[in-house]
Design a binder for this molecule. Structure first.
Ligand SMILES: Cc1cc2nc3c(=O)[nH]c(=O)nc-3n(C[C@H](O)[C@H](O)[C@H](O)COP(=O)(O)OP(=O)(O)OC[C@H]3O[C@@H](n4cnc5c(N)ncnc54)[C@H](O)[C@@H]3O)c2cc1C
Length: 275
């Protein structure tokens, strides 16, 4: 049996020091995803683990006029407890869809975004909200848009060796939004994916629209979003269904079932703008 060395740093400085001296150490937050992948009776974990869920710097959450900032080790339940006044509804809906309350009490937002096996449920919402993440590694601190967590092949591309420390979500007005989880409820089935949509209009003109879809891969099309901006509302049924059909085509790699559902969700979401 392999015995792992588990490090319990007291603060962020010590954690970064351990990660610098011991590259390859597995970052362990709530452990819900790491342990989910353990099918055998005895746990098989890497030689070194670093437990980050109690790091004080990663446990804070705060709201300013311009953004909501959430430490990477804040649990999904704690995020929901921030309440409607602080939490963008799109993100709240995504988090409510994750597993069960028991899992959400352990699971952190950092672990949800840093998974390399697939896109977890918070990514599409945070992508539509244009959230930023702070990453720390040997080179220092970097802020990155969550949309950059997608590799050229559409698969998760969380940077190797980086510690996610904070998530910053801009506070903006949205006139329409929609979040839907589709596919099998057995998590994490390859056919499970999350759809997120947010849009804003000024004087009857669409000025911002964001559409993200992710499961094992992620899809967001700047070209299609830009093609919608500047259009007068309401969109005609023909305009909506033509955009939906383009998204369906782009999503063909998700398989017939998911791409059909994605197209229908785009159509339905654009329909919200006509109300
Ligand atoms: C029964 C069950 C059902 C589930 N259902 C869902 C679901 O419906 N939707 C969903 O999205 N997820 C689901 N999950 C997966 C998981 O619970 C969540 O994704 C959760 O948010 C992961 O967070 P965690 O803190 O437990 O991550 P961990 O398991 O600790 O870590 C997950 C990954 O992220 C890395 N990591 C963690 N924190 C950091 C950090 N700060 N910096 C860098 N890397 C980090 C770890 O090294 C690991 O690779 C489910 C899990 C279980 C067991």
């Amino acid at each position: 049996m392999l015995v792992s060395d588990v490090h319990f740093p007291k603060d962020l400085t010590e954690a970064l020091d351990i990660l610098r001296k011991r590259p390859g150490t597995l970052v362990y937050a709530g452990g819900t995803d790491i342990l989910r992948e353990q099918a055998s009776r005895g746990l098989e974990l890497p030689a070194e683990l670093i437990y980050v869920r109690d790091l004080p710097e990663l446990r804070r959450a705060g709201l300013t006029e311009r953004f909501l900032e959430i430490g990477a080790a804040v649990t999904l339940s704690e995020i929901l407890e921030l309440g409607e006044a602080a939490l963008p509804p799109l993100l709240a809906e995504a988090i409510r869809g994750v597993a069960s309350p028991t899992i959400r009490n352990l699971a952190t937002i950092g672990g949800n975004l840093a998974s390399r096996s697939r896109f977890m449920d918070s990514w599409p919402a945070l992508a539509c909200l244009d959230a930023l993440i702070e990453l720390r590694d040997q080179g220092g601190a970097t802020w990155m848009n969550v949309n950059r967590l997608v590799g050229a092949d559409g698969r998760p591309a969380f940077p190797e060796g980086a510690l996610l420390t904070r998530v910053r979500v801009p506070i903006e007005r949205w006139d329409a939004w929609l979040l839907r989880k589709v596919g099998l409820s057995d998590y994490p089935a390859p056919e499970t994916a999350v759809f997120a949509f947010s849009a804003r209009a000024e004087k009857g003109i669409l000025v911002e629209v964001r559409i993200a879809f992710a499961g094992e891969s992620a899809l967001r099309s700047q070209a299609l979003e830009s093609s919608l901006i500047g259009r007068s509302l309401p969109l005609s049924p023909r305009e909506s269904s033509s955009i939906a059909s383009e998204y369906r085509g782009l999503a063909s790699e998700f398989g017939d079932n998911l791409s059909l559902q994605f197209g229908a969700l785009v159509d339905g979401a654009l329909g919200l703008l006509s109300r």
